[in-house]
Design a protein around this ligand. Sequence first.
Ligand SMILES: [Zn+2]
Length: 280
Amino acid sequence: MGQVESGALPLEVIEIPNNGFMSDQPTNATIVGTHDVFIIDPGDAAGVEIVQEALGRRDDVRVQAILLTHGHPDHATAAPELKRIYDCPVMLNPKERPILRQFLSWSDIDEELTGGMTLPIAGGELRALDTPGHSPGHIAFYEPVSRTLIAGDLVSGHGTVGIFPPHGKMVEYFDSLERMQRLNTSVIIPGHGPTMTQPPDLFAQYIERRSTRESEIYAVVAREPTTIEAMIPELYPVVLPHFRRAAAATILAHLEKLAAEGKVRPESDDRIEGIWSAQR
Ligand SMILES: [Zn+2]
């Protein structure tokens, strides 16, 4: 992160390459502190070696804990091996247990992480902030002196994050974005992509883009009852074949929010393939 404001915790961001479904985007791991450190999101399997190399460049390193924003494999796969090497706890929100069970071969949470917790470390502290939406127990971390938000998959330096049911919830995501917009943040380190400044604008842009999409989806359903599959060509005219499932999941996430607000309803139990209609 270049120079550090006086009194702020040093933050070193390192890119961890991904295998599998995020192979086009490395994950940002963040080392917080100087000698006593937190490791946030050590990433996919490659993170075991890369994080050790980064810590090997420092003297007398003691890892106080591995903190995970959420349990997706591109953030959390390297955690158990680094925990063994550095003999430190892994901290994660227990609401992420279903995610670990679905995607990873480990499910141990040594210490439970919840929003509102203060995490002291030599030279300062981090604050854990509930930011669900992308996943049910997503946590972002705030460094109060430099007003830096280590945001995980709340936002992305590449433009957008996936909100995919059943674990992803659009109602929670809007709520998290609105709360983070009110936070006095000057720098955001996203889970993927470059570090960003001008955060108040950034959250407003995210909220606006999602609201626009939601209105478009409502307009399509209000015109005539229809299926998600039939909505894709209109809402995503240039969608590439391998993004079709993501497009369908995103539409479903918006429809579930609209349904919770009483604006649309599924005509059958099959919310994925069935017909949706507007409430009159
Ligand atoms: Zn994720």
